[in-house]
Design a protein around this ligand. Sequence first.
Ligand SMILES: *[C@@H]1O[C@H](CO)[C@@H](O)[C@H](O)[C@H]1NC(C)=O
Ligand SMILES: *[C@@H]1O[C@H](CO)[C@@H](O)[C@H](O)[C@H]1NC(C)=O
Ligand SMILES: *[C@@H]1O[C@H](CO)[C@@H](O)[C@H](O)[C@H]1NC(C)=O
Ligand SMILES: *[C@@H]1O[C@H](CO)[C@@H](O)[C@H](O)[C@H]1NC(C)=O
Ligand SMILES: *[C@@H]1O[C@H](CO)[C@@H](O)[C@H](O)[C@H]1NC(C)=O
Ligand SMILES: *[C@@H]1O[C@H](CO)[C@@H](O)[C@H](O)[C@H]1NC(C)=O
Ligand SMILES: *[C@@H]1O[C@H](CO)[C@@H](O)[C@H](O)[C@H]1NC(C)=O
Ligand SMILES: *[C@@H]1O[C@H](CO)[C@@H](O)[C@H](O)[C@H]1NC(C)=O
Length: 542
Amino acid sequence: FDKDQRHIVVQHDEGNDSICIGGVNKVYILNFTPNLQMNVQEDCQNYIRVLQKFNNSSIFVCGTNAVKPQCWSWSLSAHNETKVVDPQGICGRGISPYYPTQVSLSLIVEEDLYSAAPLTRENKNLQFRRIYGKRKQVWTDENWMKSPKFIGVSHIKRADDPDNEKIYLFFMERSLDEDPNVDPWISRVAQVCKVDEGGPKVILNSRWTTFLKAKLRCSIPSEAIYFNRLQDVFVLHSENWRESRVYGLFTSTWNFTAVCVYSVEEIDRVFRESTLKGYSSTLPNPRPGTCHVKSQQLFPAMLQVVKDHQEVDQWVQPIGDRTPLFFGRTPYQKITVDQVRGADGVLRKVLLLATGDRKIHKVVEDKHTPFNMLEIHPFKTSAAIQSMTLDSTTKKLYVGSAHEVVEISLENCDWHGNTKLDCQLSRDPYCTWRNGHCTSVRGNKLLTADKNSREPSKDLRIGKVMNPNENKSVLFYISVERENMFFLSCPVNSQHAHYWWLHNNTTKLECVRDKDRCIYLLQNVTPQQYGTYTCISEEEGY
Ligand SMILES: *[C@@H]1O[C@H](CO)[C@@H](O)[C@H](O)[C@H]1NC(C)=O
Ligand SMILES: *[C@@H]1O[C@H](CO)[C@@H](O)[C@H](O)[C@H]1NC(C)=O
Ligand SMILES: *[C@@H]1O[C@H](CO)[C@@H](O)[C@H](O)[C@H]1NC(C)=O
Ligand SMILES: *[C@@H]1O[C@H](CO)[C@@H](O)[C@H](O)[C@H]1NC(C)=O
Ligand SMILES: *[C@@H]1O[C@H](CO)[C@@H](O)[C@H](O)[C@H]1NC(C)=O
Ligand SMILES: *[C@@H]1O[C@H](CO)[C@@H](O)[C@H](O)[C@H]1NC(C)=O
Ligand SMILES: *[C@@H]1O[C@H](CO)[C@@H](O)[C@H](O)[C@H]1NC(C)=O
Ligand SMILES: *[C@@H]1O[C@H](CO)[C@@H](O)[C@H](O)[C@H]1NC(C)=O
């Protein structure tokens, strides 16, 4: 960027080589082919907070506009913008926040804009609304969410049943429990129907009639570890909506992070089958949460139940033994998930996790077991990762900081090394060994061709270094005095391998691992401890 951008938003179309970045006073269009070019296309006076493709010919751009939120419709063909002023006079309020530090979400579904943003400078009226487009404006009631912190919003398409399509909102809200020992935050998913037009004049007029919320559970009950705070969410869409997955990145009060995976089918089931919190009478028909194309004709008695009871009793549990996919101390902050069919024909999920300390981990999920394949350092300078956008079609990841946006190819298989063993042990489903190279499974592209472009490979530290070519099968003769102490240190090349020492080819001695070495301590050396010590590493049978 020509100047630092502390708050950026990203818009990208699958398959397109360009990426749109909204910064301060500017929308940048970055084009990564044939060369890295930067064209500044638009100049206005504000923090751009919303950048959404509205339809095939226009992009919706909204910004803080000097504490006076405003939207523009930007024509992709004419390359000019038009101020959006809709009949209600809403021209940016509730779509863009007032300050870049305030949270906002936006989503376009069939040329309708859904948003979650404050209506006031003081961050008040945090509601989820359908605010602009062809369908009627509808929003949440003031007290349906308590001081929410919005995390993500997603539309799940149902090709065979469009009238039952839902829009899911992911957020945290304050717990009603005043107990200081209880985490004040609860993570939730809420649903509304796409066809919802609000209630009749008498009740829930211009309010969602299908809003329901449920608790998202992410915990290890046996160890009393609770990950209550949703940090980021990624929805992995599937052709069959039931197979779509929600990847939630959570933290605990003690700053542990965890990834929990939810099935969209299960979220749907919870909303369709659960009883409502605080409601014990027979549920009205249709039951709350059911999509209704003529929502304005619903009976007031039924809508009264909706108005008073938005929370369902059942919790949404993660798939796979109801426990996290993994958890640990790595300070992950953002998550993106891709799917790739490996050389063995198996479709695998690959998680891209950005840490608070500027690294990206490329993790393959194999039968619900994660394997951390690679650590990527995307930037030359030490800048925090502000955005991470995946193009699943081209297998490119766009990573943004305050200074730059970097394009990373997920198919850069060179990074794993240049032997067949390196390639296989990387377990990277994007890569396979072919014609003497570790190369993309898709194969039709020679990925080494872009060596001259500003690719970030120079800055990469491979989390795992395997190099059997440098077979250091070296024999050292060491004299050690009796009753002295001695350390045998073996270099650790792979974090995934198991290391041990072997004495006189017979006795296995477990060594103590740190990041770079595996150490065996010889205490009070005696003649029995003389002999040959060999360091052995084993990984995947090698
Ligand atoms: C890619 O995106 C840019 C900017 O949004 C747009 O001008 C261009 O037409 C798009 N290209 C294709 C092939 O869709
Ligand atoms: C796209 O949306 C803009 C803004 O509402 C509208 O002016 C334009 O006609 C739409 N284009 C198409 C192709 O629907
Ligand atoms: C937008 O363009 C895509 C492909 O070019 C087409 O399939 C789609 O129907 C278009 N959508 C609209 C709303 O015109
Ligand atoms: C945008 O460009 C088109 C075509 O060049 C022109 O007809 C239109 O008036 C322009 N709109 C604005 C707001 O300048
Ligand atoms: C958790 O992380 C936050 C932000 O980095 C920090 O302020 C806080 O002290 C940490 N809490 C614990 C218990 O480590
Ligand atoms: C590495 O050393 C082992 C044991 O000495 C030997 O069997 C193997 O062939 C060597 N590998 C290479 C690549 O030199
Ligand atoms: C251990 O085995 C190696 C070959 O596998 C052999 O050369 C060496 O002599 C053996 N050492 C002892 C102490 O048996
Ligand atoms: C290992 O071999 C050395 C030399 O051959 C011998 O002195 C020593 O006693 C042996 N130690 C054990 C535990 O077998």
